[in-house]
Design a protein around this ligand. Structure first.
Ligand code: DAH
Length: 347
C-alpha cells in the first residue's frame, strides 16, 4: 500500500505539472480524487485491511491526500496566472511615451451643458449645484409629490440602504431615506431654502432612474433645471425664455409649443415640444424636450416664501435629448462608451 501511495503521488506530481487549462485540471482532479479516482480506490481498500494495519495505512493515505490536494492547488494557481497573463497581453514598458491621440476634446454633453449655461448667464441666471445623492424630502416631499406617487416607487428610483451615511448631504427628517436623485428639481428646493428671492438659477447635472438601457434610455443621464422666482412672473416670461434659449442653441428657425400636463410642483404645468426640422436627422415635427410650469404655491410654502408675494417659473429638460437633436445622434449609448471615433467628431 505504501508503495502504491508513493507511486501515485509521484505520478500526480509529473502529471499536474503539465496541466494547461481548466478542463484538463478538472479531468486530472477526477482521475485522482473523484468518485472513481485512483486515490479514492486505494482509500476504499482500507475497509478490507486487518484491524492492526488500519491506523498506519490510514495515516499514509491521509498524507497522500494532503499532498495531492496541495499539488492540485498549485496546478490551479499556475493555470490562473497563465489565464491572467493572457488577459493582460504582452508586457508593456510604462516609460515609453503614450501613443499620440492629439489634444483632448470636450464631450458633446459638456459642450451642450456649457453652451446652455452661457445662454442663460446672458439673461441673468447663475449656476447652482446640488448633490446627486439626495433625500426623499428634497427630491419628492418639498416638491409636493405625494407618498404614493409612482416616481417614488423602488421600481423607478434607486434608494440607498438605511445604513448609508453621507455627512455632506443634509437630511430634513432623521428617518428619511437617501436616494439617487431622479431629477434636478431637488436643486430648486436646496436653493430656495438657502436664500431669499429674487432667484434665477440654472442647474445642470446627473440624474438616475431605474431604466433599462436602450437607444433612448439610460439609468443615468443628465438634466438641466431652471428656476426663476420674483414678483409678477407670468407664463409669458416662461415661454419667452424657452423661445430664447432654444433659438440660441438650435437656431432661429426653432419653434416651441406647450402642452398641458401635470407636475406636483408647478401649476399650471406643461410639457415642452420643439420643432426643429432644419436639424440633421430630425424627421418628426414636434419633439418632447422637457417639463415646465409656474411654481406651485405649496412649494413656496414648503421653503417659507409667501406665495401671495412671490411667483415664479421652473423647467427641466434632458441634456442628452438636446445634444442628440443638435448633433443628429440617434443612440444615447454613444455618449457613455468613450469611443474616440465618436468623441473626436465634436472637436
Ligand atoms: N422634473 C421633471 C422631470 O424629471 C421635469 C420638470 C417638470 C422640471 C416641470 C420642472 C418643472 O422644473 O417645472 O421630468
Amino acid at each position: 500500500m505504501q508503495e502504491q501511495l508513493s507511486a501515485l503521488t509521484a505520478k500526480a506530481q509529473t502529471e499536474f505539472a503539465s496541466l494547461k487549462t481548466r478542463p484538463e485540471f478538472e479531468a486530472a482532479k477526477a482521475r485522482y480524487v473523484g468518485p472513481n479516482g485512483e486515490l479514492t480506490a486505494l482509500m476504499k481498500q482500507m475497509g478490507s485491511l486487518p484491524k492492526e494495519q488500519k491506523p498506519v495505512v490510514g495515516k499514509l493515505i491521509n498524507e497522500a491526500k494532503t499532498q495531492i490536494a496541495a499539488l492540485l492547488e498549485a496546478a490551479l494557481r499556475t493555470i490562473e496566472s497563465t489565464e491572467l497573463q493572457a488577459q493582460l497581453g504582452p508586457a508593456i514598458d510604462p516609460t515609453l511615451p503614450s501613443p499620440d491621440f492629439g489634444p483632448g476634446t470636450s464631450h458633446p454633453l459638456t459642450l451642450v451643458r456649457e453652451e446652455m449655461c452661457r445662454i442663460l448667464r446672458k439673461v441673468g441666471f447663475t449656476v447652482a449645484d446640488g448633490p446627486e445623492v439626495e433625500t426623499e424630502y428634497y427630491c419628492f416631499d418639498a416638491l409636493n409629490t405625494p407618498a404614493d406617487h409612482p416616481a417614488r416607487d423602488a421600481q423607478d428610483t434607486f434608494y440607498l440602504p438605511t445604513s448609508a451615511r453621507f455627512g455632506n448631504v443634509s437630511k430634513k427628517n432623521p428617518d428619511e431615506k437617501y436616494l439617487l436623485r431622479t431629477h434636478t428639481s431637488s436643486v430648486q428646493i436646496r436653493t430656495m431654502l438657502k436664500g431669499e428671492p429674487p432667484i434665477r438659477i440654472v442647474s445642470p447635472g446627473r440624474v438616475y432612474r431605474r431604466d433599462t438601457t436602450d437607444a433612448t434610455h439610460s439609468a443615468n443621464f443628465h438634466q438641466l433645471e431652471c428656476l426663476y422666482v420674483d414678483k409678477n412672473v407670468t407664463v409669458r416670461d416662461l415661454k419667452a425664455l424657452l423661445d430664447y434659449i432654444f433659438a440660441s442653441l438650435l437656431g432661429k428657425e426653432t419653434k416651441t409649443r406647450f402642452r398641458p400636463h401635470y407636475f406636483g410642483y408647478t401649476e399650471p404645468s406643461f410639457e415642452v415640444d420643439l420643432s426643429a426640422k432644419h436639424l440633421p436627422k430630425v424627421r418628426k415635427e414636434w419633439i418632447e424636450i422637457g417639463g415646465c410650469g409656474m411654481v406651485d404655491p405649496t412649494v413656496f410654502e414648503a421653503v417659507g416664501y409667501d406665495p401671495e408675494v412671490w411667483s415664479g417659473y421652473a423647467f427641466g429638460m434632458g441634456l442628452e435629448r438636446l445634444a442628440m437633436l443638435l448633433y443628429g445622434i440617434d443612440d444615447i449609448r454613444y455618449f457613455y462608451q468613450n469611443d474616440l471615433r465618436f468623441l473626436k467628431q465634436f472637436a
